[in-house]
Design a protein around this ligand. Structure first.
Ligand SMILES: [Zn+2]
Length: 248
């Protein structure tokens, strides 16, 4: 990755202009929160994001066949992608909420509502950043892709696998905007791997075993898992203990 340096000649002006958009951004974020978008149903929220990117003066806005929205600022050498997933988990039983989670509320300087933090707030901020880059001429030898990915809540990583393989944006780095209070993101997304063993066996009957049944392999695997957990299944002081499960 090339070294990127961008001059910000007047930080006070940048801060003042950002501040001047506060009420506009709060209104936009609350509009996003008002659009339910569980995984696989992100179309309406993506449409709203597209309109805002176009209004902010992005150089290119497109929605790929999977439904991810990609907004580009600039066309320089270093390619940076910043991602905010567009889906949010459902609200469960609305009666459990003290207020309408899709209407949200603003209280003591904070915005409340389903998906505000995870991750519509990031999308509102990224689009505002694009607008500020445009208005203050903060372009440089970089390309910024603001990406609204889909289906993160159901199958995290799948959308980015698609974006990297199919969308051809070739990022040098990707910044995800999962909320961390500016900490290092170590959990609960620890990563996971799956192994799908295929078992083969012959005819087998409990009272009169004729051969090795197909279930023998998975049963042995479960025994192995228990032995392995006993050996190294300890918790790290920064991470949870690893977990292994055999499921059919
Ligand atoms: Zn998230």
């Amino acid at each position: 990755m090339s070294v990127l340096s961008v001059e910000i000649p007047n930080r006070e002006r940048l801060a003042a202009l950002a501040q001047s958009y506060e009420s506009e951004m709060v209104a936009f974020l609350r509009e996003l929160v008002a659009i339910p978008a569980e995984s696989g149903q992100e179309g309406p929220v993506v449409d709203r994001i597209r309109r805002e990117m176009e209004k902010a003066g992005f150089d290119e806005v497109r929605v790929d066949p999977m439904g991810n929205i990609l907004g580009r600022i600039g066309s320089g050498k270093t390619v940076i992608a910043m991602d905010a997933h567009t889906d949010a988990v459902g609200v469960g039983d609305p009666k459990e909420w003290a207020w309408d989670p899709h209407r949200g509320k603003v209280e003591d300087g904070s915005i409340y509502g389903r998906g505000t933090c995870d991750q519509r707030g990031a999308m509102a901020s990224l689009i505002c950043a694009g607008k500020l880059i445009r208005e203050l001429g903060l372009g440089g030898d970089y390309t910024l892709w603001v990406v609204g990915s889909v289906q993160e809540e159901d199958c995290e990583g799948l959308c980015w696998q698609y974006i990297l393989k199919e969308d051809g944006i070739g990022p040098d780095c990707v910044v995800i905007t999962e909320p961390t209070k500016l900490g290092i993101y170590r959990g609960p997304h620890l990563g996971a791997g799956g192994i799908a063993p295929a078992g083969a066996g012959g005819d087998c009957d409990l009272p009169r075993p004729l051969g090795q049944g197909a279930a023998g392999g998975p049963v042995e695997l479960q025994h192995q898992r228990r032995r392995h957990d006993g050996a190294d299944g300890r918790a790290d002081d920064r991470l949870w203990a690893g977990r292994r499960r055999v499921s059919a």
